[in-house]
Write a protein that binds this ligand. Structure first.
Ligand SMILES: NC(=O)c1ccc[n+]([C@@H]2O[C@H](COP(=O)([O-])OP(=O)(O)OC[C@H]3O[C@@H](n4cnc5c(N)ncnc54)[C@H](O)[C@@H]3O)[C@@H](O)[C@H]2O)c1
Length: 371
């Protein structure tokens, strides 16, 4: 712990916050110093503080007024992401948001502009593309293992979350649905492998206008569906590669792999992008079967990796961070474009672009992100 660490405050102490606290303290404790946490529900903040010695439970206002905190990790619900992040930026903090960056594009645009004007960094989930599974895929692509990528498929299909989630209503509100909920993992992985997208077309629909909760506590409650729950689309990348995507809460079962990339000299099967490890498989032209490829990067990391990477960029100004606000914004624009194209009946050309995030060097131990 010899060098300077970056002080972090967490806003939103719900379900996903546990793994963030664990990783930020145990794996990235030499970069990050988590000092405070807050939640609208004070008992949740107190519970996290009690589990994590050295962390104080405070109000959101107190956290934002703490001059020592440089990064706010915003783990609130999607519809609060924009408002909480804008307040943090106004208070002079860099912000790392859970996905999606915000619900509305205009809010995300404002967030990036205000942060730029103040010289602050914005970052956001997912950071799973920095894990051993997807970094191995990126290295294989960079090494030419399957030639030039020409196409990809991304399938995320299930039957929604009302059978297990205790409060599933938000999945069927604006900003919910399969694209905004799970799309960030798949689309960020595609942009990290294939580069920025150029245009998008989509077809989106609501198969079931209502959903009946079957999980406990709210069993029997009927939810009105306000957002498309089955979205099919095509994404054209600047490189010329195209991706077929299907994101659905309307499918009971399927047999498609999560993600595949097809190159001029072979095909690659990627692991589930909602994780940091998983199996990578390759089948080159002429091969009789798929071969499993050993991971070249550590998979012993988890959420919080993107926060540590952003903190390193504060300690070493000029160093680009990987899970950047610009990457999140580009993915958010793709997600909106899938819906907008369906409404308009035409391709939607994207206005934003982003550099591919720098690959993580192979062979580094957990907690280390640069050579
Ligand atoms: N639960 C998961 O498995 C999971 C996985 C990956 C990403 N995420 C993302 O993480 C985020 C949080 O998800 P979660 O499952 O932890 O939700 P959650 O509902 O369990 O927790 C969210 C917390 O934020 C608090 N909150 C809401 N608005 C707030 C505000 N304005 N100020 C302060 N606190 C506020 C709530 O009181 C709650 O405690 C979401 O964006 C979700 O998409 C969740």
């Amino acid at each position: 712990m010899s060098r300077e660490r970056v002080k972090v405050g967490v806003i939103g102490c719900g379900n996903i916050s546990g793994i963030y606290f664990k990783m930020m303290r145990e794996v990235y404790g030499n970069i990050l110093d988590v000092t405070a946490c807050a939640d609208l529900d004070e008992s949740r903040a107190r519970a996290r503080a009690a589990e994590n010695p050295g962390v104080r439970a405070v109000s959101v206002r107190e956290l934002l007024e703490d001059p020592d905190i440089r990064i706010v990790v915003n783990l609130t619900v999607p519809k609060a992401h924009g408002e909480v992040a804008l307040k943090a930026v106004s208070a002079g903090k860099c912000v790392y948001n859970e996905k999606p960056l915000t619900v509305d594009l205009s809010e995300a645009r404002q967030l990036l502009a205000e942060a730029d004007a103040r010289g602050l960094l914005i970052g956001g989930a997912p950071d799973t593309f920095m894990g051993g599974g997807l970094q191995t895929c990126r290295k294989l692509l960079d090494d030419g293992a399957i030639g030039r990528p020409v196409a990809a498929t991304a399938f995320m299909m299930c039957h929604g979350h009302e059978s297990w989630h205790p409060d599933p209503e938000f999945y069927y509100e604006k900003g919910g649905g399969p694209v905004f909920d799970m799309g960030p993992y798949y689309l960020t992985a595609l942009v990290a492998m294939l580069g920025p997208a150029r245009r998008v077309c989509g077809s989106a629909g609501i198969t079931f206008p209502t959903r009946t909760i079957t999980s406990e506590k709210k069993r029997g409650k009927v939810i009105r569906v306000e957002t498309p729950t089955h979205v099919t689309g095509a994404i054209e990348f600047v490189s010329g590669a195209t991706a077929t995507v299907v994101m659905s809460f309307d499918v009971w079962a399927h047999n498609h792999p999560c993600l595949e990339i097809y190159g001029t000299e072979g095909s690659m099967q990627l692991p589930d992008p909602n994780g940091f490890g998983g199996e990578v498989r390759i089948r080159k032209a002429g091969d009789a079967e798929w071969k499993s490829v050993p991971l070249t990067h550590t998979a012993d990391i988890n959420r919080g990796t993107g926060v540590a990477d952003m903190a390193l960029s504060l300690l070493r100004p000029g160093r680009p961070h990987r899970a950047s606000g610009r990457l999140c914004f580009h993915v958010l624009e793709i997600m909106h474009a899938l819906h907008e194209s369906s409404e308009k009946g035409a391709h939607v050309r994207l206005r934003s672009s982003v550099d591919m995030p720098r690959p993580v060097p192979p062979g580094l131990p957990p907690g280390v992100l640069d050579d």
